[in-house]
Structure formats: structure tokens, C-alpha cells
Design a protein around this ligand. Structure first.
Ligand SMILES: Cc1cc2nc3c(=O)[nH]c(=O)nc-3n(C[C@H](O)[C@H](O)[C@H](O)COP(=O)(O)OP(=O)(O)OC[C@H]3O[C@@H](n4cnc5c(N)ncnc54)[C@H](O)[C@@H]3O)c2cc1C
Length: 433
């Protein structure tokens, strides 16, 4: 047994870790040798979606082979433990790209499907599952299910966004999208308040594939921020930026993100970016994954770890609900410098339990200050509940069960597809088993 933490480092429960590295052995391992457990990829989920305290974790990162790639059609078949980073580095020089990626590329294909992750282009291309054509799933009773949007679509809808609870994904086929170069034409636009943010977001949806904004949740000045948008460009070859990787070398005794550091940091960040506002040509790795160059940055929150709170609320209620949540955060003196505000497009998700839905999503990190932080979340939950929104399970470690049930109306349908041999900290907390 050994301790395993997820990205938020809120706990370090014991697990028996069973490495999967031979696809031919997965069926026997999960149906006979260790028939009860949970798949675990890179552990980039923040809370307990990827943990199975006191139980087995089937570690999938050894299932890391590419199986087939057709560079005429852009169809890629790979094992589920392949990292999105490795896909990008393989296919971009060949004129293709993953259509959707989250803000880190250090995640596995299986993890990206199980959380149906979204990126900066949700308004145009939806979430990861929209581009998956086939999944090979192994259940703990030994059954093998091949599913996709047109083959056993009910199993597909349950598995995309299914939090790893329908079986082990061992293989996936993904439709990539064409791209002319690894460079994006970008614009950074400072905004002074939420009204301006929404004008920018609405005005950018048609012409800009990627949109996202950083919002200053502590300035108290009407919530200023920086709106970033980008399109892939066909600009000529340029030298790739030097890859400088730094590591947060230790866990400081207290969180480095605190009331003393937050305000000056946010002000400095805003002013620095504002001074460089305007157009630029940016490499895709810097644009999509700015945090991947600082390895183990999650350590800066100190030994008690941190929470992420990510909600989505319907567009009609979005402006008021976002304002109210930011108001609660400002009042509490808590907050984060990784505060992201984005609009999701008007499209239905593929998965029964997928997080994205039309509306506005706000994501913030909070150092774990126990009861104080949980109290703030209760106030934010009330706003999300009232607005008819939901919380992202991939980021969650504490949402109340009633809010989960209200936010995911297809939960009862989904439960029929659960694999009885699989459970997680999150499923026990929110589904009772
Ligand atoms: C810096 C950072 C930025 C992020 N940005 C975004 C973002 O922009 N958008 C977004 O949507 N998310 C984002 N995330 C969250 C992250 O993309 C997801 O949590 C992702 O699912 C993590 O993948 P993983 O391989 O680490 O999976 P894990 O966290 O290890 O597992 C995630 C879930 O997938 C299941 N799973 C993993 N592998 C398999 C498999 N082979 N078969 C079945 N189930 C499996 C696990 O059981 C678990 O339920 C971010 C995370 C970080 C740390």
C-alpha cells in the first residue's frame, strides 16, 4: 500500500497501486486478479474523482502506445494512458491537432474522456468527447464493450464524462483536426468590469476559436481582467520557444498564496499583461498550457493543499451569479490568482454526466483553510443552486450531494451503466457507493 494524492493535495490516502502496462493483461487483472478498484491516469483531477482510499488504483500511464494514425484523415487510435502532450507533439508537425484540450497537456486520454474535459474553444468545438469516435471499455466482469457515437451510443454517453465508473477505457479512436502551424494569432484585451467581459465574450464567439479570461478576484475595482483570444495561424516557420521547465522544489510550511501575497501578485500580473496587451503570435504550448512549465506548482499551497471551485451557470443567470460569487470571494478575503472566467457555447454535451453546458464557467483555486474555506463554498453553492448551475466533479472534493443531484439530472440514467466493481472517493461521497 502507498499514499496517493490528487492534484489538490488535500489528502494522501493509502492505495494498492496496480500498474497496467500490457493491454492484453488488463482484462485478467481487472476481472480476476484485482477485480475491484478505480482507473487512475496522471492524477490531475483536483479532488477525489481519481482516488479510491484504502482500495486499488489501476494505474493506466503504462498503456502508452500509439496504435494507428492516418495522416490523410486525421484518425488516431491509441491506448488510454497516452498523454495529450505526446499526441500533440506527434501530430502537430504532421498538420493535425487535438481539437479540444484542457489547460494542461499532462493528462491521459482515458482521464480526458472520463472527465469529458473542455478547453478554450468549447463554443465552437464542444468538449473532448465530441471528437472521440470509438472507445474500448473493459468491465470488471470481463465483458469488453466497443462503443462510440454510433455504436452502442448509450454506453458511449455513459462513459464520456462517466468519471471512470463504467469500466476501464483501454483504447480510443480520436478524430483530429487540421492545423497549418503550431502558432496562434492572439489578442489580449484588458477589461474593466463584468459587463465588458460579456461584451467581449459574445463579440468573439464567431471569429475567434479560443477565448478565455483571467479575472482579478481581489482588486475590488469592479472585477477587471484580461480577455485572451486566439486562432491558429498559417504563419511561416519560426524558431520554437525554448522549453524552460522549473520545478516548485519543496512544499512550503504555509501556503504561498495568502492575503498578503494575493493582492500585489494580481496587481502585478494585471499591469504586466496590460502593458503587453494587443496582438501577438504565440506558440500553442505557451497559449494553451502556460502552467505546464512550472512542474509541481500545486506544492505552493503548502501542506494542507488547496481546492478548486469550478461552476457553470446558465447564461441567463450568468452575469448576476458571477457577480454574486465574485462578491462573496472579495468579502471573504480568500481567493486565487488562477481565476478563470469563460463562456461555454450553446451545445449539449455528449456525456450523461459531462460538466460543460451552455453558460458561464468560473474556476478559482483556494488554499485549504478548513472551515473558513468550506463556509465560503457554502455561500457560493447557494448562488450556483439558485442559478440552476453545477459544479465540476473533476475539480471537486466537497460538494454537497443535493447540489450534485440537482446539477446532473441524468444521474439516475447513468447509474444503470456503472460497473459494480468500480468506485471512487467521489462516487462514495456523492452516489453512496
Ligand atoms: C493545471 C490544470 C489545468 C486543467 N485545466 C482543465 C481545463 O481547462 N478543462 C478541463 O476540463 N479540465 C482541466 N483540468 C482537469 C484535468 O484535465 C482532468 O482532471 C483530467 O481528467 C485529468 O486526467 P488524468 O489523466 O490526470 O486523470 P485522473 O485525474 O487520474 O483521473 C480522472 C478520472 O478519469 C478516470 N480515468 C482515468 N483513466 C481512465 C481509464 N483509462 N479508463 C477509465 N477511467 C479513467 C479516473 O478514474 C478519474 O475518474 C486541469 C487540471 C490541471 C491540473
Amino acid at each position: 500500500m502507498r499514499t496517493v494524492s490528487s492534484w489538490g493535495r488535500l489528502s494522501a490516502p493509502l492505495h494498492r497501486v496496480v500498474v497496467l502496462n500490457d493491454p492484453g493483461r488488463v482484462k485478467s487483472i481487472v476481472s480476476r486478479e484485482y477485480p475491484s478498484g478505480l482507473a487512475h491516469g496522471m492524477g490531475r483531477s483536483y479532488g477525489d474523482a481519481c482516488l479510491n482510499p484504502d482500495g486499488v488504483l489501476w494505474l493506466t500511464t503504462g498503456l502508452d502506445h500509439f496504435i494507428a494514425f492516418d495522416d490523410k484523415t486525421g484518425r488516431l487510435v491509441c491506448e488510454a494512458g497516452v498523454l495529450l502532450r505526446d499526441i500533440q507533439r506527434l501530430v502537430i508537425p504532421r498538420g493535425w491537432i487535438l481539437p479540444v484540450t484542457p489547460g494542461t497537456q499532462l493528462v491521459t486520454v482515458g482521464g480526458a474522456i472520463a472527465n469529458d474535459v473542455h478547453g478554450k474553444n468549447h463554443h465552437l468545438l464542444g468538449s473532448f468527447g465530441d471528437h472521440v469516435q470509438r472507445i474500448k471499455l473493459i468491465r470488471t466482469d470481463g465483458e469488453i464493450i466497443e462503443c462510440g457515437p454510433h455504436t452502442q451510443p448509450d454506453w458511449f454517453a455513459a462513459t464520456v464524462g462517466g468519471l471512470g465508473l463504467t469500466g476501464i477505457i483501454v483504447e480510443a479512436e480520436i478524430q483530429l483536426r487540421r492545423v497549418a502551424s503550431p502558432w496562434l494569432q492572439t489578442e489580449t484585451i484588458p477589461y474593466g468590469d463584468l459587463d465588458e467581459f460579456f461584451q467581449l465574450a459574445d463579440g468573439s464567439e464567431v471569429d475567434w476559436e479560443h477565448t478565455v479570461s483571467w479575472i482579478d478576484c481581489v482588486s475590488g475595482n469592479g472585477n477587471r481582467g484580461l480577455f485572451m483570444r486566439g486562432n491558429f495561424s498559417d504563419s511561416e516557420q519560426r524558431p520554437e520557444p525554448k522549453k524552460r521547465q522549473l520545478v516548485m522544489p519543496f512544499v512550503p510550511p504555509i501556503s504561498l498564496v495568502n492575503s498578503l501575497s494575493l493582492r500585489p501578485f494580481n496587481a502585478a500580473y494585471y499591469n504586466l499583461k496590460k502593458s503587453k496587451a494587443g496582438s501577438a503570435i504565440v506558440h500553442y504550448e505557451s497559449f494553451f498550457y502556460p502552467l505546464d512549465n512550472l512542474l509541481e506548482w500545486n506544492r505552493m499551497y503548502g501542506p494542507k493543499g488547496f481546492f478548486q471551485y469550478q461552476s457553470v451557470v446558465p447564461r441567463e443567470a450568468g452575469q448576476d451569479a458571477t457577480r454574486a460569487m465574485l462578491g462573496e470571494i472579495a468579502k471573504s478575503g480568500e481567493g486565487s490568482f488562477l481565476a478563470v472566467l469563460k463562456t461555454f457555447g450553446n451545445r449539449q454535451p455528449v456525456g450523461m454526466m459531462s460538466f460543460p453546458r451552455p453558460g458561464v464557467t468560473l474556476a478559482l483555486d483556494f488554499p485549504n483553510k478548513s472551515a473558513k474555506t468550506l463556509k465560503l463554498f457554502e455561500r457560493m453553492d447557494a448562488i450556483v443552486r439558485e442559478a440552476g448551475g453545477r459544479i465540476y466533479p473533476a475539480k471537486d472534493a466537497r460538494m454537497p450531494r443535493d447540489l450534485f443531484e440537482a446539477g446532473y439530472p441524468r444521474l439516475h440514467e447513468f447509474l444503470k451503466y456503472r460497473d459494480p466493481g468500480i468506485s471512487s472517493g467521489l462516487s462514495r461521497r456523492l452516489m453512496g457507493a
